[in-house]
Design a protein around this ligand. Structure first.
Ligand code: NAG
Ligand code: NAG
Ligand code: NAG
Ligand code: NAG
Length: 334
């Protein structure tokens, strides 16, 4: 008790005791009505019985889970490749190599190491919780967006996800002007604004080599088609769709239908896993039943849905089921 003899220490000790006791009393008091947190949680939710899993009025994942949804949905799966999760299991690597059957793939781990010398590779968006409300617009390329006037509604979301060649310039009234994430693969690439995240879907090892090249030396000009040698995009905002997640979508959500999922479906699944509220625009045919892009007049015909590579009907069916279960909201355009 040497310390107590010194007046400074005595004051300190008394203060310490007071603080400890009040802290104890306060935490005891607050803990006692144990329904406090429960009430707070249910206030945030539409359904008074289920606990809210996010801070939006509508959450993708709810505690009172629909069995069809919970059998498929795994929120722990990271949609994006990071330095930490980039290594693939033998099974995943084999499946991923099979989808486009690349003849002489480069050494995957060497390519990934070089990739993360060019782009960041930190874990992103795995922060779901009761305090997060992230709203997302997934904007497909359907002609049903023409004359829809959805622009302002689309732009009001936190994230706006577009895909492939989708332009906004000249179509703002119907499709909006903001893009936070643009999903593409080398053969469907386009230049982006500095503020937009480029989300690359790699279908083969060469696609990872392409993004390294397109952001640096520009040496890769051809895959199975001519591709952009250089791309205008912010290197710090380049994200890579994870092959492990890709396989999970194919198996859990498409149950092996088609050879592999389409860009539209992969973009929708990205949104479902990183957003709390998902609004979907520009999917499906227009009112006349025609399939075409909103920026083109040529009809894509049956080939669009029946390429043999994607099972468009099955994907659309899953999309409609998600809407009927109120996991997403579909805006059908006109
Ligand atoms: C969900 O994903 C995590 C992370 O990949 C995995 O460890 C877990 O086994 C998965 N859960 C189910 C039910 O598949
Ligand atoms: C890829 O390269 C690494 C060294 O960077 C080596 O350990 C590994 O065995 C190689 N893999 C194949 C399939 O050649
Ligand atoms: C793009 O954004 C980065 C920051 O992410 C910044 O360093 C860079 O200067 C910007 N480039 C242009 C052309 O605005
Ligand atoms: C769509 O989904 C429902 C319910 O899972 C199923 O009964 C139906 O056969 C599916 N249709 C197609 C075309 O896959």
């Amino acid at each position: 008790m040497m310390a107590l003899k010194h007046p400074k220490f005595r004051v300190f000790t008394v203060l310490f005791c007071v603080i400890s006791i009040t802290t104890f009393l306060f935490s005891y008091n607050y803990r006692a009505p144990s329904s406090y947190f429960y009430k707070l949680a249910s206030r945030l939710s539409d359904n008074p019985v289920s606990k809210a899993t996010c801070a939006c009025s509508r959450c993708i994942s709810a505690e009172d889970e629909d069995p069809w949804f919970s059998e498929r949905f795994n929120q722990s799966m990271s949609p994006l490749m990071s330095k930490k999760n980039s290594m693939l299991s033998a099974d995943t690597y084999k499946w991923w190599q099979w989808i486009q059957s690349e003849k002489h793939p480069a050494n995957y781990s060497d390519v990934v190491r070089r990739l993360f010398q060019v782009i960041p590779g930190e874990e992103r968006y795995m922060d779901s919780g009761p305090n997060r409300c992230r709203t997302c617009s997934v904007v497909g390329n359907s002609g049903n967006l023409k004359g829809s006037n959805y622009g302002a509604l689309i732009d009001a979301s936190d994230f706006i996800i577009r895909m492939n060649k989708a332009p906004t310039s000249g179509y703002e009234k119907d499709v909006g002007r903001r893009t936070t994430h643009h999903v593409m693969y080398p053969e469907s690439a386009k230049n982006l604004q500095n503020t937009t995240n480029l989300v690359l879907i790699p279908f083969k090892t060469l696609d990872l080599q392409w993004i390294i090249s397109a952001l640096t030396t520009g040496t890769i000009k051809h895959t199975y088609l001519p591709v952009m040698a250089k791309i205008k995009a912010n290197k710090n905002k380049v994200l890579i769709y994870s092959p492990t997640f890709f396989k999970y979508i194919f198996e859990s959500w498409l149950e092996g239908h088609g050879r592999y999922p389409s860009t539209g479906f992969l973009a929708l699944m990205l949104a479902i896993h990183i957003c709390d509220e998902v609004n979907v625009y520009g999917f499906g045919a227009d009112k006349a039943g025609n399939w075409h892009h909103y920026w083109e007049n040529n009809l894509l015909g049956g080939a669009f849905r029946h390429t043999g590579v994607h099972d468009g009907d099955y994907e659309y069916n899953i999309t409609l089921l998600l809407a009927s279960k109120k996991k997403i909201k579909m805006f059908k355009g006109r």
